[in-house]
Design a protein around this ligand. Structure first.
Ligand SMILES: Nc1ncnc2c1ncn2[C@@H]1O[C@H](COP(=O)(O)OP(=O)(O)OP(=O)(O)O)[C@@H](O)[C@H]1O
Ligand SMILES: [Mg+2]
Length: 228
C-alpha cells in the first residue's frame, strides 16, 4: 500500500466569460512511505493546486485520491478533515504559523482535530517535536519573536508531530537564506525518512530537487518523470 496515491486527477477553474482553465490533467502519482518526491514546474504550472488535492484541502473534478489506503472520494468534509489531521502534515513557504499562538501551541494544533489525545501526551509529543528541531527553549515564544528559519523549524515540528504518513511541503525553504534553508531541509528530510513518512516537496531549487528519490515535472497540466 502506498502512503499516497492519486489516479486520473483532473482540476479546472472557471475564468471570466465562461472560460475554463484546466490546471491538472489526468495526473497520476504514487509515493511510498519514506520516499521523497520533488515536484517542479514553472510558476503557475499547478504545483500548489496539486498539493491542495493531495492534502484534501480541495476536491478534484475527477480522479481518485488515496491517503494511507483510504479512498477519499466519497468522504464528507468532516471525515476528510479527520483523515487530514491524522495522516497528513503540511509545511508552506510563509505565514504558516498562527501569530497569536506560541511555538508550542502551534505545534500542538494537529492534535486539536480528530481523535482526542490526552493533554499530557500532547505536551510530551510537542516537547519532543520542539526538541527535534532544536527549539525546546523557545516553546513559549510567539512567531513574531522567532526568526524566519526558527518559524519554519516550528512548522516542520508541527507537520511531524502526529507522525503522519504523508508530508506535503510547498517551497518550505523558499524564503530562507541558503544555510538556513539547508538546515530546515535536513531536518525535514531526515525526520521524514526516519519515520518512514512519504514526503512530497514542491521546489524551484535544483539542488533541493537533486536530493529527491524522484523528480516529477508539471507541464501543461500533466505530471511527468523529470529526467535530470
Ligand atoms: N481559484 C482559482 N481561480 C482561478 N485560477 C486559479 C485558481 N487557483 C489557481 N489558479 C490558477 O491555476 C494555475 C496554477 O496555480 P498554482 O498556484 O497551482 O501554481 P504553482 O505551480 O503553485 O505556481 P507558483 O510556483 O507560482 O507557486 C495558475 O495559473 C493560477 O492562476
Ligand atoms: Mg505555488
Amino acid at each position: 500500500m502506498h502512503a499516497l496515491q492519486v489516479n486520473g486527477l483532473n482540476k479546472a477553474v472557471g475564468l471570466s466569460l465562461g472560460e475554463r482553465l484546466q490546471i491538472l490533467r489526468d495526473v497520476n502519482l504514487s509515493v511510498h512511505g519514506g520516499e521523497l518526491v520533488a515536484v517542479v514546474g514553472r510558476s503557475g504550472s499547478g504545483k500548489s493546486t496539486l498539493l491542495a488535492m493531495l492534502g484534501l484541502l480541495a476536491r478534484p473534478d475527477s480522479g481518485a485520491v488515496y491517503i494511507a489506503g483510504h479512498d477519499t472520494a466519497g468522504l464528507t468534509d468532516s471525515a476528510r478533515s479527520h483523515l487530514r489531521s491524522a495522516h497528513i502534515g503540511f509545511v508552506f513557504q510563509n505565514y504558516s504559523l498562527l501569530p497569536h499562538l506560541t511555538a508550542a501551541q502551534n505545534v500542538a494544533l494537529p492534535f486539536m482535530q480528530g481523535k482526542r489525545v490526552p493533554a499530557k501526551e500532547i505536551r510530551l509529543r510537542v516537547d519532543e517535536g520542539l526538541a527535534s528541531v532544536g527549539l525546546d527553549a523557545r516553546r513559549n515564544a510567539y512567531p513574531r519573536q522567532l526568526s524566519g528559519g526558527e518559524q519554519q523549524r516550528v512548522a516542520v515540528a508541527r507537520a511531524l508531530v502526529r507522525k503522519p504518513r504523508v508530508i506535503l511541503a510547498d517551497e518550505p525553504t523558499g524564503s530562507l537564506d541558503e544555510a538556513t534553508a539547508e538546515d530546515v531541509l535536513d531536518l525535514l528530510i531526515g525526520e521524514a525518512r526516519g519515520n518512514g513518512t512519504a514526503l512530497v516537496l514542491v521546489t524551484h531549487d535544483v539542488e533541493v530537487a537533486a536530493r529527491a528519490d524522484r523528480v516529477m515535472r508539471l507541464r501543461d497540466g500533466t505530471l511527468h518523470d523529470s529526467v535530470a
